[in-house]
Design a protein around this ligand. Structure first.
Ligand SMILES: [Fe+2]
Ligand SMILES: [Fe+2]
Length: 275
């Protein structure tokens, strides 16, 4: 029985759809974490999560920024919180665990551990050097020509801004994590990295402001994280911060995984810990 993870399937790309269609558990008891950016349209997201749920004993999903877009060609035109809630309802129908459900406890080797799917968003605090607020950070991104598409498609309604939505998510999530039994370790799952360090290797440092929040910088320590699982950066790798393992588990766009010569090994083992 293994806890496996993947993210950034981006199934709108035909070749990524083929990869998704090829994902299989090693045993019928395996669980799968899907850490966001499955796709953009409701039907693509439902196709992928439904397929994976048929194969894995449990599927745990968190939204990425792409799921939260309102694309012009999607018959589902819900925005912001309403769109998120629509996706949560879809997951309930599919029997997929979301950040709105009770956190499951991993019963296999490496446990017991609380598997905590989180939806925290970002708040423009991973700012580029030489900037001290959101306006300056955004201006620098515009000047560099590196502006995240979220600015046009990820609507925060009814919140006044994406950072206000982030702040609300952080507040309610912090309460839930604080109420967990203190003897249990956690696997924290969030589409965006919960510490800033992973963004330091990004080709465009201006893009980091769409990648997380400084509010969670010590959560891997405070909440006894055995592993912190994320995606979004499309830089798959394993790193350690404060001796805690962080796993970036993305597939990414075809041009990216082809460049790195990846053809398999899409699923990362989270638990039990590989020797
Ligand atoms: Fe992505
Ligand atoms: Fe993303």
């Amino acid at each position: 029985m293994k806890l496996l993870a993947v993210s950034d399937l981006h199934v709108a790309y035909e070749e990524n759809r083929t990869i998704t269609d090829g994902l299989r558990p090693e045993s019928a008891d395996d669980w799968l974490i899907v850490a966001g950016d499955v796709g953009e349209t409701a039907s693509d997201i439902e196709w992928a999560l439904g397929l994976l749920r048929e194969r894995f004993a449990k599927v745990i999903w968190v939204p990425g920024n792409h799921e939260l877009w309102t694309p012009k060609d999607d018959p589902v035109q819900l925005r912001g919180v309403e769109r998120y809630e629509y996706l949560v309802e879809m997951c309930r129908r599919l029997d997929v665990v979301t950040p709105e459900d009770d956190y499951p406890i991993w019963p296999g080797e490496g446990g017991p551990a609380v598997i905590a799917p989180l939806f925290l968003l970002y708040d423009y605090t991973f700012r580029p050097e030489g900037t001290s607020n959101k306006e300056e950070a955004l201006a620098k991104a515009h000047a560099a020509g590196v502006v995240c598409t979220d600015e046009y498609f990820l609507h925060p309604d009814p919140y006044p801004s994406r950072e206000a939505w982030c702040e609300a998510r952080v507040e309610l999530t912090e309460k839930r994590l604080s109420a967990l039994p203190p003897e249990l370790p956690t696997v924290l799952i969030n589409h965006w990295p919960m510490v800033r360090e992973p963004t330091r290797v990004m080709y465009y440092p201006e893009f980091a402001q769409w990648c997380g929040t400084v509010l969670t910088a010590d959560w891997h320590l405070r909440f006894r994280s055995a592993c912190s699982v994320y995606g979004h950066l499309h830089i798959p790798r394993t790193t350690h911060y404060d001796d805690v393992r962080f796993e970036e588990v993305s597939v990414g766009y075809p041009r990216e995984w082809k460049k790195w010569g990846r053809t398999d090994g899409w699923l990362r083992q989270i638990l039990p810990v590989k020797p």
